[in-house]
Design a protein around this ligand. Sequence first.
Ligand SMILES: NC(=O)c1ccc[n+]([C@@H]2O[C@H](COP(=O)([O-])OP(=O)(O)OC[C@H]3O[C@@H](n4cnc5c(N)ncnc54)[C@H](OP(=O)(O)O)[C@@H]3O)[C@@H](O)[C@H]2O)c1
Length: 250
Amino acid sequence: MAQHALVTGSSHGLGAHLAARLAADGWKVTGLGRRPASETPGTPGVDHLQADLSRPETLERITDRLGEAPDLIVHNAVSYPPRPAHELSLAELEDVFRVNALVPYRLTLDLLAATPDTRFTSIVVINSESMFHADRDSGAYAASKAALRVLTGSLADACRSRNTAVATLLLGPLADPDKVAQLQRVAARRGVDEAEITRVFLRKSNPDLVIEELIDFDACYRSVQYLAGLGRAANGMLCRLDGGSAGSLI
Ligand SMILES: NC(=O)c1ccc[n+]([C@@H]2O[C@H](COP(=O)([O-])OP(=O)(O)OC[C@H]3O[C@@H](n4cnc5c(N)ncnc54)[C@H](OP(=O)(O)O)[C@@H]3O)[C@@H](O)[C@H]2O)c1
């Protein structure tokens, strides 16, 4: 029987890619996102669950719908704050923390509680190197990802004696289509090579990373595959795909 994977934030961006690749590799995939199924890529093999993770009542609905934990859970959904951190209301700050940190934590605990320990469960939590660099604009996002990192460590500890592995995939700037299109427009306007513009962008936006290219979605998928394939050895693991040094290599 096909193994079951849940990918949150599968209606767009990286999550849509991960869900499609898992389905193509034979997984039975439940994808979760806020928008209705008609506005998702509609990938064959991906069953869309419309749910708003910022709403407290959503959690119970998801656990009821899924029952036992899927064999693989990829916590990928993200709420990017609509404005700089210092302009956010308390309610907006709470939404960001709920989607980015609190729901992945609580949903994992609830699903594992309903799952017999004879079944192995792999949990991959997508995080961001931006948690190392908060400035006045990005503070809320960075803090929510830092909270996610700490909660993920705590989950891994709670799973030590379980048939479960909780791992983090920490990513740097992704080659998402919007960012790539924007860089292509700048390159065309300035009459220079796209690769050169990308290098300039990365040096300015992420001076402590040692990468010159955006990270492609498929490298992320292969990292998820790798972490899931490690079995229990991946518990507590942090896999960095971010050209990252957090300053230490420079
Ligand atoms: N993009 C980057 O450069 C970058 C860099 C490092 C790490 N990351 C990490 O990679 C992951 C994917 O990022 P991305 O840029 O690909 O994201 P994205 O394109 O903005 O997609 C976010 C996904 O999360 C879903 N989502 C947002 N709010 C939600 C809510 N309240 N309830 C349910 N679903 C919700 C969205 O669903 P709807 O669209 O249906 O609302 C969408 O499917 C995130 O964990 C992010 O932190 C990204």
